[in-house]
Design a protein around this ligand. Structure first.
Ligand SMILES: Cc1cc2nc3c(=O)[nH]c(=O)nc-3n(C[C@H](O)[C@H](O)[C@H](O)COP(=O)(O)OP(=O)(O)OC[C@H]3O[C@@H](n4cnc5c(N)ncnc54)[C@H](O)[C@@H]3O)c2cc1C
Length: 281
């Protein structure tokens, strides 16, 4: 399969990338989502602007929180000691993306810009209260992860805007986990649940919960959070939270012939319990 013809340009800086990108252009990062959809002719940009060699988009830094460059790969994020200590769920999610080749090429910026509902990082970013840092020709802005993911393959990005980095709070004082039911072929999430728990001894004093895979976008789950907060994470609390999470995602369900909506909704409850148990140890 061959894509339509397109122009290719490589940018050396963010300013150059923003200047080069035209109305019908797309940024090229790892190419692991864009090139397949171009080959299937589901997307036919006339121009690709390669951002893979822009130094300022690379790397991961830790200073009271994480700043993850847009072209940091899943493999780099999974292997980062700073990510493991400040948001272990994100390291786990990136370590479970696809296979080693996908993790070596795929970037966090490309992953969240593409906004595939079955992606792993968006679910953790929503539960973690992360924000997405964006640069456009008119200036820069920061958007909370929950607002960034709008709908199926739809984000808050405007045409020509570039994700420069993702900011993740330091959650080292909380217990985080990501539990995923992976598709047996692609490893994409059929259901993925991320949790961040604040604990005082055996009591959960606050919970943040997000679900992806089962939904058209990563969805924050206020009902499940309320069911967990104030509990000792016993079976009664977990069962209540599992019921609530199914209600939380009811308006956002996604599915297909193999794994229909009702099945994924049910499995979200199962994987919520697994995520909480994994986080609480
Ligand atoms: C076989 C296979 C299995 C996979 N399994 C999983 C999985 O289990 N879990 C999972 O989460 N993902 C999975 N993926 C997707 C993978 O994570 C991709 O890396 C990711 O979806 C896209 O990242 P990329 O860097 O390749 O982006 P690209 O393909 O280069 O770009 C994707 C889109 O994002 C835009 N874009 C890229 N960077 C930016 C930026 N900085 N600012 C604005 N727009 C930008 C592009 O213009 C394009 O529209 C899989 C992919 C494959 C091929």
């Amino acid at each position: 399969m061959w894509p339509n013809k397109f122009d290719y340009q490589r940018a050396e800086s963010v300013d150059q990338a923003l200047a080069l990108i035209g109305e019908e252009g797309k940024f090229l990062a790892g190419g692991h989502s864009l090139l397949p959809v171009m080959k299937l002719r589901l997307s036919a940009p006339e121009q690709l602007v390669d951002i893979g060699r822009i130094d300022s988009l690379r790397g991961i830094s830790a200073d009271g929180g994480l700043t993850i460059g847009a072209t940091a790969t899943h493999a780099e994020i999974a292997a980062s000691g700073d990510v493991q200590s400040m948001c272990g769920a994100l390291a786990d999610a990136c370590g479970g993306v696809g296979d080693q080749a996908v993790r070596n090429f795929g970037t966090i910026g490309g992953n969240i810009a593409h906004a595939d509902p079955a992606s792993d990082p968006p679910t953790v970013l929503v539960a973690a209260g992360a924000s997405v840092n964006i640069q456009g020709s008119e200036g820069s802005r920061s958007v909370g992860a929950e607002e960034f993911f709008v709908d199926l393959f739809e984000t808050a990005l405007e045409d020509g805007e570039l994700i420069t980095s993702v900011s993740v709070p330091d959650l080292s004082g909380q217990k985080t986990a990501y539990a995923k039911f992976p598709h047996p072929a692609s490893r994409y999430a059929i259901v993925g649940v991320a949790v961040a728990l604040s604990m005082d001894g055996d009591t959960c004093t606050g919970a943040s919960v997000a679900v992806g895979g089962a939904t058209v976008k990563a969805v924050k789950c206020a009902g499940a959070e309320a069911a967990l907060a104030g509990s000792s994470l016993d079976d009664a609390a977990l069962n209540a939270a599992a019921d609530m999470v199914k209600a939380d995602i009811a308006d956002w369900l996604a599915g297909d012939v193999a794994y229909p909506e009702s099945y994924r909704q049910q499995m979200a409850g199962v994987y919520l319990k697994r995520a909480v148990k994994a986080a609480a140890g």
